[in-house]
Structures are given as structure tokens and as C-alpha cells.
Design a protein around this ligand. Sequence first.
Ligand code: FE2
Length: 323
Amino acid sequence: MEKMQECPFQQGKITHQKSIDENGLLFPMVLLPQDNKEEFNTLQSFLHTIQNNREWINDHLKKVGALLFRGFAVKTASDFNMVMEAFGWEEKPYGGGASRTRIEGRVFTANEAPLHQPIKFHHEMSSFEPFPSKIAFFCEIPPSEGGQTAILLSHKITERMEEKYPELVSKMEKEGVIDVFTFAAEDDPDFYLTGWQTLYKTKDKEEAERRAANSGLKLSKVSWDGENMILHIGPNNSIRKVDGNKKTWFNLLAFRDANEPRKLGDGSAVPREAIESCLQIAEEEAFDLKWEAGDVVVLDNRFVMHARRPSKPPRRILAAFCE
Ligand code: FE2
């Protein structure tokens, strides 16, 4: 609690924040300008406050996992880029297969899949090594309805899955989980993944395989089904300890449909009912962030998952990734 007095922002409250510890810390932590008057609440003043309080910000991000900066004068992609620079974290260039466009500096669009499609819970680039330790989002245009970004502390899933399926969880820890992703040759605007030709910037299958092998994915195999490229990833270290005590659910069981068969490293199947439980627990533990224009959210991607709720256009959320 002693650090609270030094908070360089005003702390705000929004409905349904989750209590995370006996010190009264809430998830996400909501941070507002100290002074709302327009002449003081400028982008410059926000940037200075960040630069002068990096230690406080790092410390609280590590404790809480999610910081929501609301009410600051952040209006454009370029403003958001400056905010990201002010935090002082190195960029981790995006390497995943989602369709995104680099807008400016280190700022990308969030996944460009059609807005009516939900995107389920995941740690960003969780199949990569290294993966970004932080991900930030900026709301340029809030959706009028739906379109929340849902976030959750992923060790909560592990805790509850351990109670329900202790053997499965201990096997997951030992054997890891295998993930299979199929990439079509060309982009499909209705799908959340790009085609492999866009992803690996080549039309040559062998070259695409080489690039996949050097992308940081833990690939066990690449196979082809006609023009479709199938990446067999893992077994990945699917439950990871973070900061000593959090056992994070660092896998994609909460990301895909329960109908999709999933395997552990030893070849055994993950029971469908366990996947269904995991999806349900994720929903129960989630906090849905209703976006307001100008919101900036920073997540500790090591232990916080995110998901996208469906909405109608317009909705424009931008993203940045950090080492
Ligand atoms: Fe994501």
C-alpha cells in the first residue's frame, strides 16, 4: 500500500473491476489525469508524467497486470506511438499470423478479422519464443455496442483447472500442448489469420518453410494439404511460472473451439469436457473493458490474456508490442 501515496495519477473506478489482493488492488487499475483542466491535461503533460514515473508504472503493471489510462489527450496513432515511446520499453516487432497493418512507428491495427467474429482468450504470440512481455491497446474509435476487449489473469484458469482436472494439468505441465494451425495460400478477409504467402512474404513453399523455421515458433513439423500450409507447433511449455508464484495458463486451450481436437506432447488427447470447462472458466474470470475514445491499456502479457468481443463497425483499436 505504501506505493499508493506516490501514485502520479488519480485512481479511478469502473464497474466490475476485480479485486486481486488483500491490499485492495483492482484489475484493471484505472489511472486518470491528476488535473482535468484542458490547459493542463495535454499530450505533452501525459508524456512527461509517464517518463518521470516509469518505475512506478513498471512496478504496478507487474503487480496488477493491466493498467487503463483514461481521460488523457491521446487522439491519434501518432499520439499513441509517442505514449509507447514514453514508457521506454523496447519494441517487439509483431511476428504472429494475425492480419494487421503497421500504421506508424510501432503502432499496428489490432486484428483486422471482421468485427462480428469474436477472438477468444490468448496470450499474444504465446507460441513464439521470445513472446512480447507487454501489449498495449489504444482506442481511436470506440464501438457503439459490444466490441469490448476482455482481459483475465490467466493463472486463475490454472488454479481452477487444477482443482477440477489435477491429472490433466500435471500432464500439461510435463508434456506440453501441441497446436496445429492451417494457413491458406492467400489472404481471406473473413479469417483472423493471413495466408502463408503474406505471412512469409514469398510464394515459394520451401522458402516459406525456412522462414517459418526461423520465426521463433517452436515448430515440430510443417506439412502441406494442397496449397494449405500446416504448422505443427510444440509441444510448448503450456503452464509457466511468472514472478515466482503465478502458474499461468500459457496455452491456447481457451482460444479455439471445443470441437477442435487437441493433443498433449505425449500424443494423448485433451478431453473435450476439459476444454469446455476451460472456456467457461475464462468467461467467469474475464473483465470486459468497454472502450472509450482515447483509452490506452497496457497488459503484462506474461500473465494476462485478452480476447475480443464481437461488435458492429465502426471500431478502431490499435496495438503495440513490447519486448
Ligand atoms: Fe491478440
